[in-house]
Design a protein around this ligand. Sequence first.
Ligand SMILES: [Zn+2]
Length: 463
Amino acid sequence: MDLLDRFREAIKIKTDWPTGAAGGDAAVVGEAEKSLVRFQEFLVERYPNFHKVTERYVLSPYSVVYRWAGSQEGNLRGSAARLGAQGGGKPALIMGHYDVVPAETEKWTTEPFGAELKDGYIYGRGTLDMKSILIAVMEGAETLIARGFQPKEDIWFAFGGDEERAGVGGAQNAAAWFAEKNIRFSFVLDEGTPIGVDQIPGVKEPIALFGIEEKGFLSLNLTVRQNPGHASQPPEVQATAILARALIRLSKNPFPFHLTPTVESFFTHLAPLASQGQGWAMKHARLLGRLFFKIAAKSPAIAAMLRTTVAMTQLEGSAADNVLPSTVKAVLNLRLLPPCTVEEAMAVIRRTIADDRVNVGIYNLATEAVAANPEHARFGGPGWREMAAALEEAEPGIPVLPFIMTATTDSRHFKALTEGIFRFNPIKLSPQDLRGIHGHDERISVENLNLAVRFYTALFSRL
Ligand SMILES: [Zn+2]
């Protein structure tokens, strides 16, 4: 059995969360949890060396944690009782998730959980997000252990089974487990931005994007009430019109642009790789100010790096064409650019709408942005050297840039436990590859899988 066999086996374990489970159907939830447990057991079966030297803690079907003890403590296999009393060095934490999003089978050209190997690619749900990464982590550690390697400091691993559903039972629970034991990390590495190929207009060569910062997440309910009644006698001012006016004010008054140190560093270091005119603008982004923002923000992907964004995602009125609604509702999804907090964002929204008839409330779980360790934006700080050197060993010559994640990751639950978080996938992805994530015909090349294994092997050998 080789790497490819093990990876394909991982893909075939159907760890999606079926739609029936969302409704809380106990039988469906039970089946889904069984698959998650099956994945946990698959790791035990296929990575015997890893399981010989690590301590394994199964917290639930949604969470498994490992400790690979470092040689600094002089004891290969510590005991659970000693967990609380750590030595001087701080461990690293490697995160991952083994759940996947469901697949619309009829829209795929291959079987989503079939792990078909075709033209140098393996197809299947989770091949990019993110069983490939998790398997590469395991392969890297397994190989090193077989060679007799032991890290200097502890390396911890936290794998979750519900990342695609906010990570409450997985990563959040694991973070609480570590906090209770007073275990802190020098740095955390989770899934994130890839090595971009042709991702930035004008930049042809691959660039590795280390996601050192993460935007916050906030969904808001805007509601306006009125007396329900027959549509034949509408009031002069209708709830829908009040809500519509609020939405127009929001679209005309977006959040202001600003450069976080991470984003500024990204542009400054991208400049020499871009075309001449573009590079000049990037290099002088701060100086150009509004002019730079105006040009750069034409691309929604770049605009998302420069401001808190407001997406209008849902609208709801009356259930029938001839009934006045008692409540009209709009849902806004905001992504908060640090240092903007949930509280500040809500205040801005209320101020912009400037209408007491519109109620603004939090829709569901909100997450604050996670600002970068400032050292990381300057190519230093905990873990940077090891990460960059590991990439150079795995695939020489790829420039590394600090980057901001505009989506959320499980690692946000660990921000109080570490000095710095990296969100990075050591695989080369084109814009076309990216569409496979949560889309159809998700696939990874065998070449990329091998690159990821080389990266983690190189990284662990430096810890
Ligand atoms: Zn993921």
